[in-house]
Write a protein that binds this ligand. Sequence first.
Ligand SMILES: Nc1ncnc2c1ncn2[C@@H]1O[C@H](COP(=O)(O)OP(=O)(O)OP(=O)(O)O)[C@@H](O)[C@H]1O
Length: 248
Amino acid sequence: MPPAIIVEHVSKEFILRHNRAMGLKTRFLGLFHKNKREKREHFLALDDVSFTVEQGEALGLLGHNGSGKSTLLQIIAGILQPNKGRVIANGRVAPLIQLGVGFNPELTGYENIFLNASLYGFLNKDTRKRVKDIIEFSELEHFIDTPLKNYSSGMQMRLGFAVAVNLQPDILLADEILAVGDQAFQDKCLDKIAEMRKNGMSLILVSHSQDQVEKFCNYYVRLDRGITVDQGQIMEKETEKMIFVRDE
Ligand SMILES: Nc1ncnc2c1ncn2[C@@H]1O[C@H](COP(=O)(O)OP(=O)(O)OP(=O)(O)O)[C@@H](O)[C@H]1O
């Protein structure tokens, strides 16, 4: 079987603009004229990152704030393009990334289910078969005809998660899934992920929680300022304590 995800020599550069020293007047005029004093810095957010996720494997992406984890996940999801390298995905990828990506705030929760599912390649007739389960999982029955812009961040997360998991993805990309949402819903999401993993789903999980990575993942990659500093297997010891065994 081909691997679920291959990340090959991926680099991503952002342009940082520095114009703090400018006065207000200069900045205002800059709205109309190209500002010659603005300094631009080429910032390498990811530098030659490579790894493979085999079918049914779960990879934990670790690293401090700003190390490039979310950028990498967005590249894998096809939301951002790398400057160098490429990503190959074999199977249907469901990104559970930033709140609001793939949703329209002006549309209702119900309409957004169809919009989001269409982005995963589902026809409306196929989504219709699943919409009841999606609404039930989200526990948003009462608000499903309300525009998304009136949802709280936790409610948006619920809807995003409910759509992603009910479309039976082959690969789930989850970025800090538990950063929003209440405890009961978090537990429900984790149980659902565990069940989907048992059924062979591959997973890439970005998390600051080492516990979560230990619980769900069998492999880890640690980034630091865009560079892979460490990667290896996550194995269970007899004591049931997990250990991170670095690849040589
Ligand atoms: N659109 C952008 N323009 C400029 N810089 C960006 C952009 N997106 C991300 N960056 C920068 O790239 C670096 C990596 O950001 P990223 O969000 O991938 O980090 P992260 O590891 O996910 O951090 P966190 O754990 O805080 O979520 C940061 O320095 C960030 O400021």
